[in-house]
Design a protein around this ligand. Structure first.
Ligand code: WTA
Length: 655
């Protein structure tokens, strides 16, 4: 692949991987997905998706399956339904209200068990409270909370009254909240007084207060109590959750939503500084997440499912909230980090709740490997029967460690490739059918038509690499970028005719299995979080000392990629170690702590082409210590040589 200078190396490294793990007969016999399912979906792709949509509870059945007006899809037209009814009421009405929806474990060690009946009760009360405040069908509501039970309650209460939620990950800064709330014209925000992180209190409400100064559309701020320290409450705008719901009835008539009505927005980074409000529909999204939860995770009544993602990202939306709840599953909700108070916290949780399915990210697995297996060996993990991975390519060593040390060699490991935009898992093994290969996401989910194409959009023969594309619409696909249909077309549907462009590089082996190779655009993947280089650059130039900045992702053993910045200063500023730290902290305060750059190098000039385009490819070579690629198009080649020697000198110091 021409666009990624590393792609070639990555392909070769992966090709050396020849281990295979066919399903055991015992797992295969009991699996939800049985052989023939891919072929059946291929024969009748609309029929496959229709059958999954029919498993939902509808207030009015749908009439059509798909209307496709590229790139805008309408699935299950004519029907009405409510997502909260599908996640809650239908289980309670079937007499399963006493089933546990969530085992909640707080970071300080407090625990709660929440049944479906209790969840429905809480959702109805909050939904009534929101209605009382004037929040109505068609509105947007921002949610900025830690991983506490009130978070899924907030999502489902919005869904119940037909208001779209827009969850902003609790690690984001006030500025990031403002951008997202303004773009969506949110009418309310739901937050928490404070949260817990590694034993420290995180000031969520105070951050929201700063954001609200600049968010005129937001009329109400609902605050749930987690920590209990006093926080400022503004009269007429702020209200405690408990006060809001106290006198509300415990039942609430759900809105009958059209299939295509907006269920939620989730903002994600793209190649420009402005985050994109990814839109998801009600029926198509629910269909996609229920089908994949059932078939990829092989979810059963008896399972205890732990997806360790934060609900602030799409993985938490789809595989903590909507997929598992729609199937009536029992899940684990954990508030904290894997290393608090000790590095065995995850394994303690698996053991305590007898988790059967664990879904986590390669960056976490690599951290566990580094911490050592003694933390794992202290605990009985024999309840686990399936392991899964998401967020970035999983390297074969991490896959093997996950399989052998966490799974005791007894659990299939399913690597799941998908995106905020796809709503649900797209490429993944079906654990009772697919032969696993460490490092490969294997094959497309039934009903998903994926391909790898070259620069011209032509299918690359098996054994080659290129761009991953999707050839046919699917129910959980995004319905577009909020307020910007043009950008939606340009970003995903313009490079190749009639193909959805995901933006990832991918290689297929001779068996047709997919091996992902990372982004091909200017989006970095740091610990599974998508961060755009442009966003970090604009945070840097926002600082008064900075004239110009270029940002690239550098391969990192632990986080997948790390953020590396090259900065030229204004004439009145001088490079110094203090300014270096200050600038990196500036990024963290503008965008959120998790975006703190790992390295920053000062330079007089950035390497540019004669037309003035910054050559990121060369900066990546410099950051990763490679020999420089072609420099002939540079306006001034001394710039890169100078930079290269600075970076080498700096890394020499570290060693
Ligand atoms: C990357 C997260 C390789 C990829 C669900 C994608 C992966 C981006 C995998 C989406 C995987 C996610 N193997 N790469 N199994 N899963 N990615 O929107 O680059 O936060 O485009 O959705 O993460 O990130 P997002």
């Amino acid at each position: 692949m021409q666009t990624d200078p590393n792609a070639h190396d990555m392909i070769e490294a992966l090709l050396k991987e020849t281990r295979t793990f066919p399903p055991t007969p015992a797992f295969a016999a009991q699996a939800n997905a049985q052989p023939g399912i891919h072929e059946e979906a291929e024969r009748d792709y609309l029929g496959f998706w229709r059958s999954w949509a029919e498993k939902l509870t509808w207030s009015k059945p749908f009439e059509t399956v798909l209307e496709w007006n590229e790139p805008f899809a309408k699935w299950f037209g004519g029907g009405t339904l409510n997502a909260s009814v599908n996640c809650l009421d239908r289980h309670v009405e079937a007499g399963r209200g006493g089933r546990i929806a969530f085992y909640f474990e707080g970071e300080p060690g407090d625990r709660r068990t929440i049944t479906y009946a209790e969840l429905l009760h809480d959702v109805c009360k909050l939904a009534n409270g929101l209605r009382k405040l004037g929040v109505k069908r068609g509105d947007r509501v921002a949610i900025y909370m830690p991983m506490v039970p009130e978070l899924p309650v907030a999502l489902l209460a919005c869904a119940r009254i037909g208001a779209a939620h827009s969850v902003v990950f609790g690690g984001f800064s006030a500025d990031s909240i403002v951008d997202r709330m303004k773009d969506a014209e949110c009418v309310a925000i739901i937050t928490t007084d404070q949260g817990w992180r590694r034993g420290k209190k995180v000031p969520l409400k105070a951050t929201v207060d700063v954001a609200l100064e600049q968010s005129p559309s937001v009329k109400h701020c609902i605050v749930s109590k987690r920590v209990g320290d006093p926080v400022a409450m503004r009269d007429g705008r702020d209200i405690w959750w408990n006060d809001l719901v106290r006198d509300e009835p415990a039942t609430c008539a759900p809105e009958a939503m059209e299939s295509e009505d907006l269920l939620f927005l989730l903002y994600t980074s793209g190649t420009t500084a402005k985050p994109k409000g990814i839109m998801h529909s009600t029926a198509g999204y629910l269909t996609g997440v229920t089908a994949t939860t059932s078939l990829v995770f092989d979810l059963k009544e008896s399972d205890i499912f732990w997806c360790t993602a934060d609900i602030g990202w799409v993985t938490g939306h789809s595989y903590i909230v909507y997929g598992p709840l729609a199937l009536g599953a029992t899940g684990i909700l954990y508030e904290g980090t894997p290393d608090f108070p000790e590095q065995d916290r995850f394994w303690e949780i698996v053991e305590r709740y007898k988790a059967t399915i664990l879904y986590t990210a390669p960056t976490a697995i690599r951290a566990f490997m580094k911490w050592g297996r003694e933390h794992v060996d202290k605990h009985d993990l024999s309840s686990l029967r399936l392991l899964a991975s998401v967020g970035e390519p999983i390297n074969p060593e991490a896959w093997m460690w996950y399989h052998d040390v966490i799974g005791g060699g007894n659990c299939p490991v399913v690597d799941t490739w998908w995106q905020t935009e796809t709503g649900a898992i797209m490429i993944a093994p079906l654990p009772g059918i697919t032969t696993l290969k460490p490092g490969s996401a294997t094959r497309a989910f039934p009903g998903i038509v994926a391909d790898v194409v070259d620069e011209e959009g032509k299918t690359v023969p098996l054994g080659g690499g290129g761009y991953i594309v999707i050839r046919q619409p699917w129910p959980s696909m995004t319905r577009g970028i909020y307020g910007d249909p043009q950008r939606f077309k340009e970003t995903y549907w313009s490079k190749f005719e009639h193909l959805y462009l995901a933006g990832d590089g991918c290689h297929r082996d001779v068996d047709g299995d997919f091996w992902f190779m990372g982004r091909i655009d200017d989006v970095m993947n740091v610990s599974g979080h998508r961060i755009s280089t442009a966003e970090v650059e604009s945070a840097l130039v926002d600082h008064h000392a900075v004239a110009e900045a270029a940002v690239v992702g550098k391969a990192d053993d632990l986080t997948g990629q790390a953020i590396v910045c090259f900065v030229s200063l204004r004439s009145h500023s001088e490079p110094s170690a203090a300014l270096n730290t200050e600038l990196r902290q500036h990024v963290a305060s503008k965008l959120g702590k998790f975006t703190m750059p790992k390295e920053l190098t000062f330079t007089q000039e950035l390497p540019k082409t004669r037309s003035g385009k910054i050559m990121r490819r060369l900066l990546r070579d410099i950051a990763e210590g490679r020999e420089l690629g072609d420099t002939t198009t540079l306006a001034d080649s001394s710039v890169v040589l100078d930079l290269q020697s600075r970076v080498q000198a700096a890394s020499g110091k570290e060693e």
